[in-house]
Design a protein around this ligand. Structure first.
Ligand code: GDP
Ligand code: MG
Length: 362
């Protein structure tokens, strides 16, 4: 069919009238999961790939679709199963003092599993950020060049720029990609005490965004000495702060070397600013370069935390000389937490939740 809303709509109506039905969201992927052609992590990756706006998101989704994360979690599962095998002698012959496997070997193996789960959990913060986009908030005094910098980073005139202090009163959000990583860029009202009711609300909104920020871009004009309010802001330390010395085309900056000298007019420093944003919000992911599996959803993180808790409970149970068979139930629970992530056996309501976010036809 050629495009056009009316013709497509009428053809669709004719098909439905002849007995066809429309696919449910994610129905084809769901079938693939039900028939074992795909696991749950791969199904999630299909949705992530559809939603990807930044190259780093696409890379992670394609790797997950390739079973990168499934394999890694499968390997963890194998490790726990081997641990179970190691202690099986203790279970079968509980009255013997020591089995053929020395306690130190079991202990080392527990450590190794704990470390491996920990390494993967270490990717969750940036991984979840990778799916949602990192929140980068631009802040500073009124007229410090925030909106101009915001527009320059976006490459379009999204926020209103004037020389009147207090122009931006509401927070403005726009998606942006820096060095391949996704960001939600926020322009805010300038921070200052104000008698204007609307501006005061704007400043309040700015503070709320700042509290939630993953990284802050703090604007100070080049060549100007920082005021005490600005020095205080920098040591506040809620999120990492990148200082942008703005309007460098107007003044020579004698700023500390970690400040980034920028100009919205000439475009100087914009790349350096993007580098800094990517390094602060995605430092681990970008330094690893090649594709390594990452946890991108709360669902993954919670299940792996459960697995780690169970492995630790197992270690504790052995330390306190609890019956080996009882201690081993923790390993069973750890295995099942790992299997939940991959989705080897998945209940309908978990599937419903995963596929609710899918679009029709996938
Ligand atoms: N020459 C020059 N002027 C700038 C630059 N950035 C902002 N300005 C001017 O500074 C004033 C305030 O800018 P604006 O972006 O609205 O600041 P905000 O209040 O912090 O959002 C406006 O008149 C801008 O044109 C720059 O890089 N170079
Ligand atoms: Mg502004």
């Amino acid at each position: 069919m050629h495009g056009g809303l009316l013709v497509c709509g009428e053809v669709l109506a004719a098909l439905l009238a002849s007995g066809a039905r429309q696919a449910a969201p994610g129905e084809f992927t769901r079938r693939a999961v039900r028939h074992g052609k795909m696991d749950l992590l791969q199904a999630e990756a299909v949705a992530d790939l559809v939603d990807a706006t930044a190259p780093a998101q696409r890379r992670a989704a394609v790797d997950q679709l390739d079973r990168g994360l499934s394999r890694r979690i499968g390997a963890l599962r194998e490790q726990v199963l081997e641990l179970e095998a190691l202690i099986s002698y203790d279970i079968d012959f509980p009255e013997e003092d020591s089995g053929p496997v020395p306690a130190s070997r079991v202990e080392a193996s527990v450590e190794a599993v704990d470390d491996a789960i920990g390494a993967l959990l270490g990717t969750a913060l940036e991984g979840e950020r990778l799916r949602d986009g990192a929140l980068a908030v631009i802040a500073g005094r009124p007229n410090s060049g925030k909106s101009s910098l915001f527009n320059a980073l976006l490459g379009r005139e999204r926020a209103i720029v004037t020389d009147i202090p207090g122009t931006t009163r509401d927070a403005i959000e726009a998606p942006a990609t820096c060095n391949g990583f996704p960001f939600r860029l926020i322009d805010t009202a300038g921070l200052r005490p104000s008698s204007d009711a609307v501006e005061r609300i704007g400043v309040e909104v700015s503070r709320r965004y700042l509290a939630a920020a993953d990284v802050i871009v703090f604007c100070v004009e080049a060549g100007r000495t920082l005021g005490p309010d600005e020095e205080a802001f920098l040591t506040d330390g809620a999120a990492p702060v990148v200082v942008a010395r703005t309007k460098s085309d107007l003044a020579v900056s004698a700023a500390p070397s970690d400040h980034i000298v920028t100009s919205a007019v000439t475009g100087v420093g914009l790349d350096a600013l993007r580098d800094a944003l990517a390094a602060h919000a995605f430092g681990q992911l970008s330094s690893r370069g090649s594709v390594e599996p990452v946890l991108t959803r709360e669902r993954h993180r919670l299940a792996l935390e459960r697995a780690r808790d169970e492995v630790r409970a197992f270690r504790e149970a052995r330390r306190t000389a609890i019956d080996a068979a009882v201690a081993a139930t923790h390993l069973r629970a750890a295995v099942s937490a790992l299997e939940d992530v991959i989705g080897l056996v998945t209940s309908d309501d978990v599937l419903d939740r995963v596929f609710a976010a899918f679009c029709v036809g996938k």
